[in-house]
Ligand binder design. Structure first.
Ligand SMILES: [Zn+2]
Length: 181
């Protein structure tokens, strides 16, 4: 198998630029801000992705807010019917109590699983950030170079200008503020 390439044009001078063809959903490693070999100006190539940005995104932890809501509704329902049943015990109040309790238990168990998973992801994220920042041994070479580039405010600003998502974390760690929108 020969190396596949694709061609794009420099938006400034129109020179043809050959680059490796990225596999599906697998961006090329390196800065998406490329230097045109012809005119030397900087252009944006979205086939490339900053490794540290990509890794940061995949390590991001989402708190299960919506699942808390899902669990809250049947739990509140069960509590309401439990109170009613304790005040005036009838068979009529027992049926919705059992139904709401069954659903509440199901959703509460699901919620507990989600919270345990979120906590585990949180620990993994901390480990990841420690590796990224070199607090726990050396980061992998690609990641280290990526972070080096991402340690300059001008570079972060340029990425933002090109429409890249740059988490506030990368500004904070160099003591800077993200540009105002
Ligand atoms: Zn050019």
């Amino acid at each position: 198998m020969g190396e596949e390439t694709s061609t794009i044009r420099c938006p400034h001078c129109g020179a043809q630029i050959e680059r490796e063809r990225p596999e599906q959903e697998q961006p090329l490693a390196g800065s998406p801000l490329r230097k045109c070999p012809d005119c030397g100006r900087i252009y944006f190539d979205d086939a490339y992705a900053e490794a540290a940005l990509t890794a940061f995104e995949t390590a991001e932890v989402k708190f299960p807010y919506i699942k808390i809501l899902y669990a809250l509704v049947p739990t509140a329902g069960a509590a309401v019917y439990l109170r009613q049943h304790l005040l005036t015990p009838t068979t009529g109040s027992l049926v919705p109590l059992i139904a709401f309790s069954a659903i509440a238990i199901l959703f509460d168990v699901m919620l507990i699983c989600e919270l345990v998973k979120a906590a585990r992801r949180g620990r993994r994220r901390k480990d990841f950030l420690d590796r990224l920042e070199g607090r726990a041994g050396e980061a992998e070479p690609g990641l280290r170079e990526s972070l080096e580039r991402l340690s300059k405010k001008d570079y972060l600003d340029a990425l933002v200008k090109c429409g890249e998502y740059v988490p506030v974390y990368f500004y904070k760690r160099i003591g800077e503020k993200p540009p105002k929108k």
